[in-house]
Design a protein around this ligand. Structure first.
Ligand code: GDP
Ligand code: MG
Length: 427
């Protein structure tokens, strides 16, 4: 429900703040100050009262009590009350109601009002600034029960949508790839989606923007399907259901849809809002539609990031190569990662010595929603760890030292003081 500030409404209606508060008092609407917010419904009531001739109508008008009741009702029905009266505010109430200055506001309130207006302006500026940021590609994870076709689907998309590797490019598993679709780039994470959610989310980062739940049309809902759905729901990530293996004669996509309704996921053709897309990882049927839905979902999510902002990323996976050393796949989430940058992961740091994109091509920099494999860590970071950057080696060391200190402090705080035998037995 939409809320509005009391002073904004007073200004709009051309009445004193004091008069406005007196109308609210008459209506029995509680508020903290003129900067409190009230419900749109209440505003309608106030408009009615003013049209009837000011606050007196509320005090003595025939319809006043019902209006007051209506206002009370709308307040009590509100799940989170917007205006909570606190003791110190109650004490101030008489001053608030007295129309002392022209504005009918105390000096304190005027200051509060100015601060609020500044805050609102800043909020608006931030929203406007965000709207100017470029869109970024969606990061998609595929989850579902074993053997329902996650790997096959990814392989199909990879082989049909990923530009051929550069000649001489290293072919290796990097845990993510970028697919070119008619509606732009889509990034797929091909580590087990389950891992992307458990490990990565446990550290507070959401790496995926959209989850594809793969359900085999000949098998329907299975334990890991439910688990995958629960993960996506817990993360608040939008889901698309890919009903796979529709090429099989025994495929029964309708049964999958009916089964989904039993767990409160109602498909669109059952009147709900869950998008289900019949696909075959074997024939490629429906894969274009799936990519289309991914792009549409991403558009609705309005995913944006600042390539010029401070770098932030997350480790997708890492491994140790006998010759090259530690190879870590990093998903760039904010800012731009460049060769030569210093990175801090947990209590380790490293310098980006070389960087390749997910197709194995050497690159110098990578913006938001780009999975890159980097060489430069001395120890393999764990998947899900957050990556920060430092402007130089000194800063990187400092950051690591700070983190170590913080961890030691926390460990210290957790240690309970132990009683010695002497303490117990006394001298
Ligand atoms: P995952 O465990 O979810 O990664 O499943 P896989 O991709 O390994 O697939 C399991 C089995 O199902 C393999 O034998 C695949 O060939 C087969 N499979 C996957 N997708 C399809 C499909 O669309 N149609 C048919 N007929 N078989 C499929
Ligand atoms: Mg697999």
């Amino acid at each position: 429900m939409s809320k509005v500030r009391i002073y904004t409404i007073a200004k709009e209606l051309g009445i004193d703040n004091a008069e406005m508060l007196s109308i609210l008092d008459d209506l029995g609407v509680s508020y903290k100050s003129v900067s409190s917010t009230i419900e749109e419904d209440t505003v309608e009531l106030i408009k009615g009262i003013i049209a009837e001739g000011g606050s007196r109508a509320a005090q003595s008008g025939a319809g006043a009590s019902t209006e007051a009741e209506a206002a009370q009702t709308s307040q009590t029905q509100t799940p989170q009350p917007q205006t909570q009266v606190q003791p110190e505010q109650v004490a101030q109430a008489p001053a608030t109601a007295a129309p002392a200055a022209d504005s009918g506001m105390t000096a304190e309130e005027l200051a509060e009002l100015a601060a609020l207006e500044a805050e609102e302006a800043a909020e608006q500026a931030a929203t406007a600034a965000r709207a100017e940021l470029p869109h970024r590609a969606p990061v998609v994870t595929i989850m579902g029960h074993v053997d329902h076709g996650k790997t096959s689907l990814l392989d199909y998309i990879r082989s049909s949508k990923v530009a051929a590797k550069e000649a001489g490019g290293i072919t290796q598993h990097v845990g993510a790839f970028e697919a070119q679709t008619s509606r732009g780039k889509v990034v797929f994470i091909d580590t087990p989606g389950h891992e992307a959610f458990t490990t990565i989310r446990a550290r507070g980062a959401n790496v995926a923007d959209i989850a594809i739940i793969v359900i085999a049309a000949d098998d329907s809902l299975m334990p890991q399907t439910r688990e995958a759905i629960a993960h996506a729901q817990a993360a608040g990530v939008p889901m698309l259901v890919a009903i796979n293996k529709v090429d099989l004669p025994q495929a029964d996509p309708e049964r999958v849809k009916a089964d989904l309704t039993t767990i409160n996921l109602v498909p669109e053709d059952y009147g709900g809002d869950v998008i289900t897309v019949p696909v075959s990882a074997r024939t490629g049927e429906g894969v274009e539609d799936l990519l289309e839905y991914i792009s549409l979902t991403a558009e609705l999510e309005d995913l944006r990031a600042d390539p010029k902002g401070k770098f932030g990323g997350v480790i997708i996976e890492s491994r140790v190569d006998k010759q090259a050393g530690v190879l870590a796949t990093v998903m760039v989430q904010e800012g731009t990662l460049k060769v030569g940058d210093f990175l801090v992961v947990g209590e380790n740091y490293g310098k980006v010595k070389a960087m390749t994109d997910s197709a194995g091509k050497r690159i110098k920099d990578a913006g938001p929603s780009t999975p890159v494999q980097i060489l430069g860590f001395s120890e393999a970071p764990s998947s899900g760890e957050l990556v920060a950057s430092a402007s130089n080696e000194h800063e990187a060391r400092e950051l690591v030292a700070q983190r170590q200190e913080q961890r030691r402090d926390e460990e210290e705080a957790r240690k309970k003081p132990r009683l010695s035998l002497d303490d117990i037995l006394g001298p």
